[in-house]
Design a protein around this ligand. Structure first.
Ligand code: ATP
Ligand code: MG
Length: 408
């Protein structure tokens, strides 16, 4: 069975000198976690990650690298013998492939990590370029080439083109833990993804108001959590029944304040869940001015109900920017499904736009809802989604994967 080799470039890790080792270890562990149970080797050497496995694991490896936070890009590499004839042949084949994909110009960049190799980087590039030049398939352009063919001379030789971008950011698990308030909308999944990209491990909390919200609405949120897990290694989604709390607000609060009070109740509940799961902060998909509950005064009221820091990674983004990310990460088609996660019954016609904290606190106290909130948290159910499951679906190998021996 032929072996496939992938090279990935690490992101910001290289900047973070003091934590570099911890970050690298976390990244390697994350990649291994995605590919758990598959006959794949993952190694990190000299700022590059090498992932190797049988051809049958190619789709699983590609899915993993495409969703891996902490790497900037990846490519499938040709591995060739350490002599100039093999390197030249591999560069030629890579050039042919680039041409077939539409490239007209190229350049070669060589890194000679093995200083014992008889030719210098410049000489290697020159020799390999000669073969491409003779065939006439691509023209050299050192300034703005369509394709950059890279040659790395290490323990073996790797030849590859920079093809695929990945998520960048810091490896998940290096930036604490956050609890994301996940609704079925467009914003909150993007907010979760943004924090994952800063290295945060993210769990989710969804409030449903059955029978006012439907089973489909909940399914939609679970599907969103499953997509987020593809970036975040894994995620737990806590699903808490909030109907009683919502009814209490409807009974006891002025209509104009109902959304804001619901936000405060959500914050209280989120802090209880955060305590259970040892989360350091709460994350929401709020963005300044997007809806009535997101004016600066109302955001201040919501925040005042949280003991833990409240992170709002989308606060300064406009809807178009948020949608762009949602499309990139694959949550958008799920978010725009029609099932609403809130009910018009609970939505005020004229919500308060500039609430005062004191007034909001007075109304919150009048709700006497702390017991109901605690109960909702106690009654929550928890589901877990892991990236590894999605990866395994893409593995077309034998039922019992054979261990792989990798040349060092
Ligand atoms: P989204 O698109 O994320 O639903 P939105 O623009 O619709 O956001 P709101 O409905 O005001 O805004 O919600 C603001 C934030 O409150 C959401 O981004 C989310 O983090 C949280 N939130 C709202 N509804 C729920 C819910 N049912 N369960 C959990 N969190 C929620
Ligand atoms: Mg919403």
């Amino acid at each position: 069975m032929s072996t496939v080799t992938y090279l990935a470039k690490l992101g910001e890790l290289t900047l973070k000198r003091s934590n570099k080792r911890e970050f690298e270890q976390r990244l390697t562990a994350n990649v291994r976690q995605y590919l758990k149970g598959l006959p794949v080797s993952v190694q990190l050497r000299a700022g590059r990650m090498y992932v190797e496995g049988p051809e049958s694991a190619a789709a699983a490896i590609e899915f993993t690298l495409a969703h891996m936070i902490g790497i900037t890009g990846w490519a499938r590499a040709r591995v060739c013998e350490k002599n100039i004839a093999s390197i030249t042949q591999a560069v030629y084949e890579e050039a042919r492939e680039a041409q077939a994909a539409g490239a007209k110009t190229y350049k070669i960049e060589t890194r000679r990590a093995d200083k014992g190799f008889p030719l210098t980087s410049y000489e290697i590039s020159r020799e390999a370029a000669g073969a491409v030049f003779d065939s006439g398939i691509l023209q050299v352009d050192v300034h703005r080439p369509d394709a950059v063919i890279r040659v790395e001379v290490r323990d073996r030789c790797f030849v590859y083109c920079d093809k695929h971008r990945s998520c960048r950011g810091l490896p998940v698990g290096t930036g604490g833990k956050g609890l994301l308030l996940l609704s079925g909308g467009i914003d909150s999944p993007v907010a979760g993804y943004r924090m994952m990209r800063r290295g945060m491990k993210v769990d989710c909390l969804y409030f449903h108001a059955w029978p006012y919200t439907s089973a489909e609405a909940q399914q939609k949120v679970e599907d969103l959590a499953a997509v987020l897990a593809c970036y975040g290694v894994s995620t737990h989604i806590h699903i808490a029944p909030f109907t009683e709390v919502q009814m209490r607000i409807k009974e006891r609060a002025p209509e104009a304040y109902s959304t804001l009070l619901l936000r405060m109740c959500m914050m209280k509940a989120a802090n209880l869940v955060a305590e259970h799961i040892h989360a350091d902060c709460i994350i929401t998909g709020e963005s300044l001015g997007q809806v009535a509950s997101q004016t600066v005064e109302n955001l201040a009221v919501t925040e005042s109900a949280s003991e833990r820091p409240l992170l709002r990674p989308l606060i300064g983004l406009d809807k178009e920017e948020i949608i762009q990310t949602a499309e990139e990460i694959g949550t958008y088609p799920i978010s725009i499904l029609p099932y609403e996660d809130c009910c018009v019954l609970f939505s005020p016609r004229h919500p308060v736009l500039h609430a005062g904290i004191q007034e909001a606190n007075r109304l919150y106290a009048a709700l006497d809802a702390d017991g109901l909130i605690r109960e909702a948290v106690e009654k929550r159910c928890v589901k877990r989604f892991a990236a590894a499951g999605r990866v395994m679906e893409r593995f077309a190998g034998a039922e019992t994967p054979q261990p792989l021996t990798v040349q060092q």
